[in-house]
Design a protein around this ligand. Sequence first.
Ligand SMILES: NC(=O)c1ccc[n+]([C@@H]2O[C@H](COP(=O)([O-])OP(=O)(O)OC[C@H]3O[C@@H](n4cnc5c(N)ncnc54)[C@H](O)[C@@H]3O)[C@@H](O)[C@H]2O)c1
Length: 550
Amino acid sequence: MVLWSHSYRAMAFSSLVFAPESRHTSATIVSRDVVSTVLSVVTLKPRTAALVEHAKMNHAATAAGTCRAKLAMVPPGVLIAEPRIRIRIPQSGTRVTWLSYNRAWAADQSAGQRSAAGAVGAGKPSCTMSQRKRYVVVGTGSRGIYMFARPLLTTYTEFCELVGLCDRNALRLEAARRMLQTDVPADTDFRRLLRKTNPDVVVVATQDNTHARYIIAAMSAGRRVISEKPLCVSARQCRAILAARDRYRSAGAECFVTHNMRYAPSVTQLKRLLDGGAIGRILSVNFHENLDRRHGADYFRRWHRMKSNSGGLQIHKASHHFDTLNWLVGSTPQTLCARGALMFYGRNGPFRHTRCMGCPHCGRCELFVDMWHNPQKKMLYLDAESADGYIRDGCVFDPAIDIEDQFAVLYTYANGVNVTYSLTAFASYEGWHIQIEGTAGRVELREVHDTRWAGGTSVVHGLERIAGRQLTLYSFREGVREIPVADEEGTHGGADPAIQRDFFARPADAPLTDRQAPLEQAVQAVLIGHAVNVSIARGGRPVDVQSLLR
Ligand SMILES: NC(=O)c1ccc[n+]([C@@H]2O[C@H](COP(=O)([O-])OP(=O)(O)OC[C@H]3O[C@@H](n4cnc5c(N)ncnc54)[C@H](O)[C@@H]3O)[C@@H](O)[C@H]2O)c1
């Protein structure tokens, strides 16, 4: 069985082929540039570590050459899925780095190259340097680092090159550079960084209410933008972003939003069922989102808890769900009414302090957290507090909290589909439940997560017995059927690596996939959340969602 790996690094690699030879556990790695030592090969799936026992490049430092690496623990004929190859690069100050298997490239190449099994040098790079785009990441909090900067630096190097980092907090910016082990330019001034680095693409992963300013600034400079969800926090910001895109489109401005829920394996499967006509025409939808007191509380510890920062959970959190519903139903939201309140956190708490660290109530507060055991979190947040006063472990019972922790929504799509939606952020268990009724049947997706407190106990005793995921089709033609859903590796149930592959493992000008959310679709998700806010503020009165764009 042959396994191909291919990756680019700006200076170190132009091509790499990794092919276990037919009979035994050795691999041949061909590099046209400079690699001194192969240190190890680690596979992600299955979790087998394949240690390189003997690996030295047999070529002079600057010439092309071949390296034979003997892999322990890999039986002959086993497919090593998604290997990562650790190499030493002498010119870069003997830097140790990782190369990752590029699934997209491998898939493209496999048919043609399988016949050349094991042939040294059979892999040809599919990408020219002009297809590699320069990326800047704005916002070096946890999402900016783990979802974007690190994968861009280590995994998606064939089509992407990280050239700069930006954050308003200089200390966090420096912490991010240390964590990423990179010396790419970092600046608190976005426009200066743009001038310095001249990126093709700007990735925005800042606090939600600041997305709009970076999206607009980047598009005004004719750049492509990939923004975290939500696109922004208000209809006014949506209008400004749309106007900027229209104005600078001819200069290259465009914007996409990483709505990763579309990539969750269960949602992907659900969409497939609906598109395949499994329940006929959709007639109505119920969607209930439960955030338990471990996960839900986290939105009340920091910036999300102020509506001006996040648009409330209606936009910050529910934009995932509203986008998914728009995508599944395939229509435009029209009239909506909603009710909501702050029922559990904020002023409702029995006691309060400013933050968990040093809290006198820690012994009796079920929501107390000590997050500073985690050295990376400490470096990123606690050690950077002095620069901007951002407190990561704020008290969830702070009376200043102004977002709702429970709301219920009723709205209608242009195609007549009625939706009921609810979100509860203090629920007894974590999970969600979607029920979609159609002309030919019904489909239900239910997920229950057995969330654990830091000590390892379930949020609710006994939850482990019912935790899991169920996708069930109730078809008038076929009867009741459980639909299998693949288990994927990676954060958000495998949704994050999947969306990364769509955006970063293909040339930037590759045709869009159905799951890459363009600006207009991202706008619709924010508009529903904004309409929920307006309706709640008006005591549940109906709001015309599309009128918010005018
Ligand atoms: N898709 C998902 O599943 C998912 C998950 C988590 C977060 N997110 C999104 O990712 C983004 C970041 O979330 P996070 O959890 O990393 O938050 P975070 O608080 O850890 O990081 C936010 C960063 O933005 C920076 N920032 C704030 N205001 C800024 C400004 N005006 N200019 C420059 N930088 C500024 C902060 O200093 C911080 O470093 C948010 O938009 C959030 O909604 C998405």
